[in-house]
Design a protein. Structure first.
Length: 497
C-alpha cells in the first residue's frame, strides 16, 4: 500500500517528524507496528489517556510539573536510538507555543539518533513554524480491494446463519463495493453489520445512510434534496439544451463509448435570473444526488485546516460519485485567491487544490458553480479545461418573461391561459425571474386580502409598484455583459424586449 510504503521510506531516510492524517487510528497503528517490526525499530505509542506505552525511562513521567503532552515530548529525549514514537491526537496541543518550540528543538536531535516522531490525527493542523520540519502523509481510506476483502470476510462469518441471505450476484457486489468507497474500515464493517441486522441481507441503502451521516458531520457539505426540474426554469434554452445533451454522459455505456465524464459548468450572471435554480434542476434532470459545498466554511483558523477541509470535501464527493456538486456564490469563497497575501496565502492554496482537482478529476462528479461577481473570480478558474462551459445568464427577454410568468402562475395552481401573459411580460422589462415571482406573490396577497380571485389587473398593478434591481444596477449589468461577451456562452438567444 502506497501510504505505508511512504511512511517506511521516510523513517528509513531519518525524517524526524511525520504527520499522518487519518480517521482510522487502529488501522494506521497496525500498519506502523508492522513497519517497526520490519525495519527493526522500537515503537512507543502515546495518548493523553494511556500515556506512553511501553514507558520510556523509569517513572520520570510522574515527577514533572509539566502538562502530560509536554511531558511526552520531554520523554522523547530519553528514548533509545532507532525508535518510533507515535503521538495520537496530538493536534490540539500544536496551538501551544511551548509544544511548537519543543518539537523544533527535537527535530535535529531525532534525525541524529534515528528516531522518528509520528503525529497521528484525523485532521491536519500544522502551525506555520513547523512546516519545514514536518512531513505530511495522508493515509487513504480503504480501497476497492480492501473493501472487497472486508465484504468476503463478513460473508464468510455469517454464511452458516440460515436467517441471513448473503448471496450477491456480480452486479450487486460491485455496487456495494463501489458505494462503500470513502468510508473508514470501521464504518464499512458497521454498515454491513447493520444491513444484516435490519434487513437480513447486504444492501447499499445502509451504506448510503452511513454516507449521509458523514456528509452531515463535515459541516462543509450538505445533501441537497432538489425538487426543481428543468421544466421549472423559464428561458435559458441554450443552457438547458446543453445540459440535456450531457444527461446521458454519466452512464457506463457513455464511458465505454469513449466519452469523458463531463466536468461541470460555471453559471455567471445577473442576480435573481435563475442560476441557483438551474443548479438545483441539474440534479433532478440527471437523476443524481446533489451535494452543496459551502466554500465559506472551508476556511478554518489554523494553517492546513482549510486545505484539509477542501481535500475532505473532494474526497467525500468523489466517494459519492456519480453526483452533482454545487458551489453557490463561488466568488465569496475564492475572492482574492489571485494574489491577496492577507491570509498568508491560505485562500490561494485552497484554491489551487481545487483547481488541480478540476483539471485532473476523473470521477464523475459534475460540478455546478454559480456566481455573480465575476470581477472577484481569479482568472485561472476561467481557463479552458476547468469547466466544460461557462454560461452567462442575462435578464429574461420578452419571450422568457412570458414563460416565467406561466411557470410561476401554474406553480400556484392558476391556469396561465386565463391571464394576459403577453401584457404582463411587456410591462415588466428589466425584471428578473425572481422579481416576476415576487410580482405574482405580491398580487396574490393583495387579491386574497381584498377577497377576490387573482386577475391580470392585480398582476399589472403590482408590477407597476416594483422597481427592478436592474434599473438601479444598469451600470454593473452593462459591465457584466461586456465581460461575458468575450468569455462566456449566452444561456439564451435573446430576441429582445
Ligand atoms: N428563469 C427562471 N425561471 C423560473 N423561475 C425563475 C427564473 N429565474 C428566477 N426564478 C425564480 O426566482 C428564484 C430565485 O432565483 P435564483 O435563486 O435561481 O437566482 P440566482 O440567479 O441564483 O440569483 P443570485 O445571484 O441572487 O444568487 C428562483 O427560485 C425562481 O423561483
Ligand atoms: Mg443564487
Amino acid at each position: 500500500m502506497q501510504a505505508s510504503r511512504e511512511i517506511e521510506v521516510l523513517i528509513r531516510a531519518k525524517y524526524p517528524i511525520l504527520y499522518v492524517t487519518s480517521w482510522e487510528e487502529r488501522r494506521v497503528e497496525e500498519e506502523i507496528a508492522e513497519i517497526a517490526k520490519k525495519i527493526d525499530r522500537k515503537l512507543h505509542s502515546w495518548s493523553l489517556t494511556s500515556g506512553m506505552v511501553p514507558p520510556i525511562g523509569v517513572g520520570s513521567e510522574k515527577k514533572s510539573s509539566l502538562p502530560p503532552e509536554l511531558q511526552a515530548l520531554a520523554l522523547v529525549h530519553e528514548a533509545q536510538e532507532f525508535t518510533l514514537i507515535l503521538l495520537k491526537d496530538f493536534h490540539p496541543y500544536l496551538k501551544d507555543p511551548r509544544a511548537i518550540r519543543l518539537l523544533r528543538d527535537l527535530a535535529g536531535r531525532l534525525r541524529e539518533r534515528a528516531q522518528t516522531l509520528i503525529l497521528l490525527s484525523p485532521t491536519l493542523t500544522l502551525p506555520i513554524e513547523l512546516e519545514k520540519d514536518v512531513s505530511v502523509i495522508e493515509f487513504p481510506l480503504p480501497e476497492r480491494e480492501d473493501i472487497a476483502a472486508t465484504l468476503d470476510e463478513i460473508i464468510e462469518q455469517v454464511k452458516g446463519n440460515p436467517k441471513l441471505d448473503v448471496s450477491l450476484d456480480e452486479a450487486a457486489r460491485e455496487q456495494i463495493v463501489r458505494s462503500a468507497q470513502g468510508l473508514t474500515s470501521d464504518e464499512i464493517e458497521n454498515s454491513f453489520a447493520r444491513s444484516l441486522v435490519e434487513v437480513n441481507r447486504l444492501t447499499v441503502d445502509r451504506i448510503i445512510e452511513e454516507k449521509k451521516q458523514i456528509v452531515r458531520k463535515t459541516g462543509i457539505l450538505e445533501f441537497y434534496p432538489s425538487s426543481s426540474n428543468l421544466k421549472d426554469v423559464g428561458g435559458h434554452e441554450l443552457l438547458k439544451d446543453w445540459l440535456v445533451q450531457r444527461s446521458k454522459s454519466f452512464t457506463d455505456a457513455a464511458h465505454e463509448f469513449g466519452i469523458p465524464y463531463p466536468k461541470g459548468i460555471l453559471i455567471i450572471g445577473v442576480q435573481g435570473c435563475g442560476k441557483s435554480l438551474v443548479a438545483k434542476a441539474v440534479s433532478t434532470a440527471y437523476g443524481l444526488p446533489m451535494l452543496k459545498l459551502d466554500v465559506g466554511r472551508i476556511f478554518g483558523s489554523l494553517v492546513g485546516q482549510s486545505e484539509e477541509n477542501m481535500r475532505r470535501a473532494i474526497r467525500i464527493s468523489e466517494s459519492l460519485a456519480p453526483c452533482v456538486l454545487w458551489i453557490d456564490e463561488l466568488e465569496k469563497g475564492f475572492a482574492g485567491a489571485g494574489g491577496s497575501v492577507s491570509d498568508s496565502g491560505t485562500t490561494a492554496r485552497v484554491f489551487s487544490t481545487f483547481l488541480t482537482w478540476m483539471q485532473e478529476k476523473t470521477k464523475p462528479v459534475f460540478l455546478v458553480a454559480t456566481g455573480n461577481n465575476v470581477s472577484a473570480l481569479p482568472p485561472e478558474l476561467l481557463r479552458k479545461g476547468r469547466f466544460d462551459e461557462i454560461f452567462f445568464v442575462d435578464l429574461p427577454d420578452l419571450e422568457e418573461r412570458k414563460e416565467i410568468f406561466k411557470i410561476h402562475l401554474a406553480k400556484r395552481n392558476r391556469d396561465p391561459k386565463k391571464f394576459k401573459v403577453a401584457d404582463l411580460a411587456a410591462n415588466t422589462p428589466g425584471f428578473s425571474g425572481a422579481e416576476i415571482e415576487q410580482v405574482i406573490v405580491g398580487a396574490l396577497n393583495k387579491a386574497f386580502f381584498a377577497g377576490h380571485e387573482l386577475n391580470s389587473k392585480d398582476l399589472l398593478e403590482e408590477a407597476k409598484t416594483q422597481v427592478p434591481l436592474s434599473r438601479m444596477m444598469s451600470e454593473e449589468i452593462g459591465w457584466l455583459r461586456d465581460w461575458a461577451k468575450l468569455r462566456a456562452r449566452p444561456s439564451a438567444k435573446h430576441e429582445g424586449d
